[in-house]
Write a protein that binds this ligand. Structure first.
Ligand SMILES: Nc1nc2c(c(=O)[nH]1)N(C=O)[C@@H](CNc1ccc(C(=O)N[C@@H](CCC(=O)O)C(=O)O)cc1)CN2
Ligand SMILES: Nc1ncnc2c1ncn2[C@@H]1O[C@H](COP(=O)(O)OP(=O)(O)OP(=O)(O)O)[C@@H](O)[C@H]1O
Length: 188
């Protein structure tokens, strides 16, 4: 399928999830996430879920990661829509505000160099069976993940199972190492 078609379909699918369905799916995904055999982590990048877009509740995943990795530093993305670049900013809780796209982002704080990140929780609309992913189409994550170490673990979070194949991938697409769905922890 073409990215354009996948985006349309999965945006619709997500829109129709009720909040109680979402909570159930979040729990099932956490169970799958706990099956991953992850190394000790020092730095991880999460994201602040956009409620109206019915994104996955990342906080249950970061709570689990913090429990398993005492002292883990968690960062959140700060986007710059003038150049479609993104920075990882350490979570110091208070200084978050909604940006023009209604996403909670850190407004100030200490930047974490992308090379320090051991794991990135990647938002996505859908992924395919080879770990290719697709987001809102601005390439923020494609640009950012290129700056991370090759051994940085890229973990996609999706309420839906992978589609067979995204046909129009390009040289900028950075594939995932794992995708967590309510049914399975996919390893690519
Ligand atoms: N929670 C969360 N944070 C994230 C991302 C994400 O996918 N989820 N991003 C991942 O890249 C970055 C922000 N990326 C974005 C890229 C495009 C648009 C955008 O064009 N929004 C339009 C229409 C979106 C649509 O429904 O397709 C809008 O809100 O009007 C918004 C955010 C960084 N932070
Ligand atoms: N490093 C880069 N330099 C220039 N263009 C890039 C780069 N990375 C990605 N792009 C372009 O940005 C656009 C991203 O489209 P794509 O559909 O892959 O986004 P996406 O993966 O859905 O977005 P996101 O990464 O924000 O979730 C494409 O046109 C791609 O060619």
């Amino acid at each position: 399928m073409l990215k354009r078609e996948v985006r349309k379909l999965y945006r619709e699918k997500r829109k129709h999830l009720s909040s109680s369905e979402q909570m159930k799916l979040d729990d099932l995904m956490l169970i799958q996430f706990q099956k991953l055999d992850l190394p000790f982590l020092s730095y991880a990048l999460s994201f602040f879920p956009i409620e109206e877009k019915h994104e996955v509740n990342t906080f249950i995943f970061t709570a689990y990661l913090q429990f398993r990795n005492p002292g883990l530093h968690i960062a959140y993305p700060r986007t710059d829509f003038s150049n479609d670049q993104m920075q990882a900013i350490l979570d110091k809780s208070e200084n978050f505000a909604r940006n023009a796209y209604n996403i909670y982002e850190p407004v100030s704080g200490e930047e974490v160099a992308p090379q320090l990140l051991d794991l990135v929780l990647v938002p996505l609309l859908a992924c395919d069976q080879s770990g290719n992913r697709l987001g809102y189409g601005k390439g923020f994550y494609d640009r950012f993940l290129k700056l991370c170490r090759p051994d940085c673990l890229k973990v996609g979070l999706s309420y839906f199972e992978p589609i067979q194949v995204i046909t129009d991938t390009d040289e900028f697409d950075v594939p995932l190492n794992y995708c967590i769905t309510p049914q399975k922890a996919y390893v690519f």
